[in-house]
Design a protein around this ligand. Structure first.
Ligand code: SAM
Length: 246
């Protein structure tokens, strides 16, 4: 068993990146060197005798365990982008801005035989994302630090998918048209409805087809002994606009 691994107990889980040092939990301290002689499925005890189960680090946990820089996209929105654009595992993808690298990491993971070019203008965010890509063991993500608007000029009509989660998305729409292959998709994420509407209109003017704008709502259930009801959590994240070039 090699790091990274996850130590899990009920709703608590800790990502362990090295089998050295001590981990302080609210159930006591775990000596991480003990992990060297353990296997997945074993348990490890804190100094108070509380057990944590050792499980592999799985892509389902990127969202829980990635380091955060800029606000990451949530898995429900990433899932929608992947399915509604029909991402195939040998795609070439342009992702602007990288932020924490959440979207880029999932796109790279499901695009095993393809590549993701991800562009971020702020070096400190790119650095955080780089650590996340390393943690996830992803080798098919290529990071560029710079303004996506300028970087795009260096590419030809070669991308299957362009995804935008950045401020200057409207200015980027004509550039997306230029770098997309025929049949390729542009997906744009926005936290505000007015911005999503403007993107929709600009994509229309740029002759993107099959345009759709939507929001994905995930409604969690609170399951308790007394009964089950819709959780009072916040559901809104943002709006997605998708269009196709042909
Ligand atoms: C909301 S975050 C993206 C989060 C990312 N999609 C994720 O899932 O982790 C937006 C990022 O876009 C970057 N950004 C804004 N304008 C940009 C530009 N013109 N070129 C490159 N990056 C840009 C910001 O610095 C920020 O890190």
């Amino acid at each position: 068993m090699k790091p990274p691994v996850v130590l899990s107990r009920g709703k608590n889980s800790f990502l362990v990146e090295n089998f050295e040092g001590k981990l302080h939990t609210h159930h006591g301290v775990i000596d991480l060197t003990e992990l060297r002689n353990k296997s997945f499925g074993d348990t490890i005890r804190t100094h108070l005798g509380v057990e944590y189960r050792i499980v592999p680090f799985n892509p389902s946990e990127f969202f829980k365990h990635f380091r955060r820089g800029a606000t990451p996209l949530m898995p429900k929105d990433i899932g929608a982008i992947i399915t509604y654009t029909g991402l195939s595992p040998d795609s070439l993808i342009f992702d602007a801005g990288t932020g924490s690298g959440m979207l880029a990491a999932y796109l790279a993971y499901f695009n095993k035989f393809g590549e993701v070019i991800t562009v971020e203008k702020r070096e400190e965010f790119a650095k955080i994302a780089r650590k996340n890509f390393k943690l996830a063991g992803l080798k098919n993500v290529h990071q560029i630090i710079g303004d996506a608007l300028t970087v795009a000029d260096g590419f030809k009509k070669e991308f299957d998918l362009v995804v935008l989660d950045m401020k200057d998305d409207i200015a980027f729409v004509p550039k997306a048209k230029q770098i997309l292959k025929l049949g390729g998709y542009l997906a744009v994420y926005n936290p505000y409805i007015e911005a999503a509407r403007s993107v929709y209109e600009v994509m229309g003017k740029n002759e993107f087809r099959e345009l759709e704008a939507f929001e994905i709502l995930r409604v969690d259930l609170d399951i308790k002994r007394v009964g089950t009801r819709t959780s009072t959590g916040v559901w809104h994240t943002g709006y997605i606009v998708i269009g196709r070039k042909y």
